[in-house]
Write a protein that binds this ligand. Structure first.
Ligand code: KIV
Ligand code: ZN
Length: 388
């Protein structure tokens, strides 16, 4: 049987840390429901100790989701852990995710703690979290710049205290794939009792390598990937969910692992994230960009007509993108518009559809054929600007 890689989605937590991406509770609930439909294994709903708003959103998401594991992030402080537990405890499957930095630079300048004090904090925090719930994840912030042997010692202590997942974050997006794979391999080989926990990876995209680093670590045995939809997140963002999932699906011949993601929900989820956060996906973004399945060059178009596999390594339908598009114009009705928007991933309420329909008609009076890019603008202007 092929091994499973668990998908831990942190769009609502690390993703929300993107400049300008904050979401209100209703939007987070809507997105959480869609993420469950997408089939993520773990949904990190927020950082409950960070604000009342975060606490409220995590609590409401936890109360709503039955199947998906709902995680709340917390530092190793008891008060933070209590706050996270209060927020996630009503979930069908709650999880506490606690973290502390392990690199010397963080210890010296940020935490002002020595290595032994950090290990003691990890042990206390994981033990306490474990007294509240079985599912406890520990993350070593700035792991990729930490001393390897110390890192293994910290992970070993976390596992002995009850952590079921230990996470290796490349917090500042510093690692390169061969190096990150080597680090993951080292941790798997040198952490005491590593077989009792899952090794997770969490990469940032400062050098554009988050997906590559994540895949490299999976290649050597990491079995959880922490990701966000559209790759949104702090600074240059996090590893993108759609890239990792589709790489694993498309290159299953080379990396024989599976995920539980319903890939046909990828495109609708991407559109929803973009609509809610107001962060537009760059047109050439892998998998979900407007041009990801567009073929412009004559030779490519000719090849595509003869056999799509000449220039397409995956089919648009696999991510829920409908390739057979009807042309919309000024005679098109509300129904056709709603269908088209649904295909594009926008599942709008009646009220939202009314706004978009009015804007669509205004545009159709000026422009004969309305293409998807026009509709993207209409939705962005009509909904995002009016809800800001
Ligand atoms: O990037 C990071 O180190 C994090 C941790 C809290 C997991 O987001
Ligand atoms: Zn992060």
């Amino acid at each position: 049987m092929t091994e499973r890689v668990y998908i831990f989605d942190t769009t609502l937590r690390d993703g929300e840390q993107s400049p300008g991406a904050s979401m209100n509770t209703a939007e987070k609930l809507r997105l959480a429901t869609q993420l469950e439909k997408l089939g993520v294994d773990v949904l990190e709903a927020g950082f409950p100790a960070a604000s009342e708003g975060d606490f409220d959103a995590v609590s409401k998401i936890a109360a709503k989701l039955e199947r998906t594991q709902v995680a709340g992030l917390c530092r190793t402080h008891k008060a933070d852990i209590d706050r996270a537990w209060q927020a996630v405890k009503h979930a069908g499957n709650p999880k506490i995710h606690t973290f502390i930095a392990t690199s010397d630079i963080h210890l010296k300048y940020k935490l002002k703690m020595d290595r032994d004090q950090v290990i003691a904090a990890v042990v206390d925090a994981v033990k306490y979290a474990k007294s509240l719930t079985d599912q406890v994840e520990f993350s070593a912030e700035d792991a990729s710049r930490s001393d390897r042997d110390y890192l293994c010692k910290v992970f070993g202590a976390a596992i002995a205290a009850g952590a079921t997942v230990v996470n290796l974050p490349d917090t500042v997006g510093y690692a390169i794939p061969s190096e990150f794979a080597e680090l993951a391999r080292y941790v798997l080989d040198h952490t005491p009792d590593m077989h009792r926990a899952i090794l997770s990876v969490h990469c940032h995209n400062d050098l554009g390598l988050a997906t590559a680093n994540t895949l490299a670590a999976i290649g050597v045995g990491a079995r959880q990937a922490e990701v966000t939809v559209n790759g949104i997140g702090e600074r240059a963002g996090n590893t993108s969910l759609e890239e990792v999932v589709m790489a694993l699906k498309t290159r299953n011949n080379y990396l024989p692992v599976t995920t539980g993601i319903h890939t046909e929900q990828i495109y609708p989820t991407s559109r929803l994230v973009s609509m809610i956060t107001g962060i537009i996906v760059q047109p050439n973004k892998a998998i979900v960009g407007a041009n990801a399945f567009a073929h412009e060059a004559g030779i490519h178009q000719d090849g595509m007509l003869k056999n799509p596999m000449t220039y397409e390594i995956m089919q648009p339908e696999a991510i829920g993108l409908n390739a057979n598009k009807l042309v919309l114009g000024k005679h098109s009705g509300r129904h056709a518009l709603r269908d088209r928007l649904r295909d594009m991933g926008y599942d709008l309420s009646d009220e939202e559809l009314n706004i978009v329909f009015t804007k669509f008609k205004e545009l159709a009076d000026k422009k004969k054929h309305i293409v998807d890019e026009d509709l993207e603008v209409v939705v962005t202007e009509g909904i995002l600007r009016t809800t800001e």
